[in-house]
Design a protein around this ligand. Structure first.
Ligand SMILES: [Zn+2]
Length: 408
């Protein structure tokens, strides 16, 4: 579980205060005998009963209280090593954002793994526990309140009416999907655009491959709708030109997009930003669609869009999907199965870091467990490199070398 926790939450806990305070013990003799509520003292007959008691009696109020002062709350959960803090939001590395104002105040969202919710869900993740009693004990500790103070606390009704860890989270998720759909509909076909130039000139993708790719181009100053909830939106204008990659779930529904920002002078990835790839929508349990083939054909699953385009160039008759992150590899299972492939190739990236190799194998095995067809893991063999992907093979040695290393 610890490994799984690390994977789904790469930044969480790295500098988090929560690691340094004593984890609540749930196996004391007292708990085993009576399962008493640590807040009001009510006795329960079982752990499940106690969890239910916490949810019914105390969770809404405690969550609301923690959301009142979101900065104080979340630096204790996610750590003090944040990237930026404004009146609107608290931002951490890897696309983890806490909203500080408006009706979503005190909610967090991770753009990388498509998860979010209220403070209690964040604490459960940080503790890596499915035991709600542990979460509640830690939440009370973070609030700084004694049980008696918490019980005496009067909360405004409107703040408590919202169930922070389900309803708003679903609405937020839907808003992000709608924003992604709006961006996608503002895009234009690839041919003749800067994105086509990027793929051909800088990534050495053959021109004839482009017509098979699902990529599109988002021009500068194109407008789209950024949804705040199901029917409220702001009109936004795109800045720099971008290559846009569609992200779909197992039903073939668009759930997200990834934008790769390009420098309009050079046609290459935008060098001014250290990070040029920005996802919008829900990525987790979905996959980027690079190329789609008929059913009963082989399917290649890789990590990034450019490496995917390189594989599509070598194999025009197979489906190519990209997980967009190592952590989402196992989340692609449903999308892969929806293509009814005859066999599955996971085309990984070459990385001489042993920990990353372990992670790749771990995620591959998790995906393998979901499959009922042959599935293989193939990592590129580059004699000159310690790190590399299939696009490096294409650039260095050409399409024939990709075909030599991946035999279908
Ligand atoms: Zn109680």
């Amino acid at each position: 579980m610890a490994l799984n926790h690390f994977i789904s939450f790469p930044r969480l806990g790295s500098n988090a205060w929560i690691k340094f305070i004593q984890r609540p013990t749930s196996t004391s003799t007292q708990d085993l005998i009576s399962y008493a509520c640590s807040i009001c003292g009510a006795p329960c007959k079982s752990q499940a009963g106690l969890n239910y008691h916490y949810i019914k009696r105390h969770s809404g109020k405690l969550s609301s209280y923690l959301r009142r002062n979101p900065v104080e709350t979340y630096v204790q959960i996610f750590g003090t090593n944040y990237k930026s803090l404004s009146t609107r939001e608290l931002r951490y590395a890897n696309g983890l954002v806490v909203t500080l104002e408006g009706k979503h105040r005190g909610f967090w969202y991770s753009f990388v793994n498509g998860q979010g919710g209220g403070p209690l869900k964040a604490i459960s993740h940080a503790l890596d526990t499915a035991n709600f009693s542990e979460t509640m004990k830690m939440a009370l500790q973070i609030s700084g309140l004694k049980p008696s103070q918490f019980l005496d606390l009067q909360m405004e009704d409107d703040f408590e009416a919202v169930n922070p860890d389900t309803s708003i989270w679903d609405a937020t998720k839907m808003a992000r999907i709608n924003t992604a759909k709006s961006i996608w509909s503002a895009c234009e076909p690839l041919k003749g655009t800067l994105a086509a130039r990027y793929l051909i000139e800088h990534r050495k993708i053959p021109t004839q491959t482009l017509s098979l790719l699902f990529f599109k181009f988002l021009g500068p100053s194109k407008g789209y709708r950024e949804f705040i909830d199901s029917d409220t939106y702001e009109t936004k204008t795109n800045g720099n030109p971008a290559l846009v990659v569609p992200v779909q779930d197992g039903f073939g529904t668009l759930t997200g997009v990834q934008r790769i920002y390009l420098d309009s002078m050079t046609g290459n990835k935008f060098a001014k930003y250290s990070r040029t790839k920005f996802s919008k929508g829900v990525i987790k349990n979905s996959a980027a669609v690079i190329q789609k083939a008929q059913f009963n054909q082989p399917l290649i699953l890789c990590e990034g869009p450019e490496t995917g385009a390189s594989l599509a160039a070598a194999f025009p008759h197979v489906s190519v999907l990209a997980s967009l992150s190592l952590a989402n590899l196992q989340g692609c299972g449903e999308v892969v199965k929806a293509q009814s492939p005859s066999q599955v190739i996971v085309a990984g990236d070459l990385d001489d870091n042993v920990a990353n190799q372990e992670l790749l194998r771990f995620h591959f095995q998790s995906l393998q467990d979901q499959m009922d067809v042959e599935i293989r893991l193939i990592v590129p063999c580059c004699s000159l490199r310690k790190h590399g992907d299939w696009n490096d093979i294409l650039i260095d040695q050409g399409i024939s070398e990709i075909k030599r290393q991946i035999r279908l």
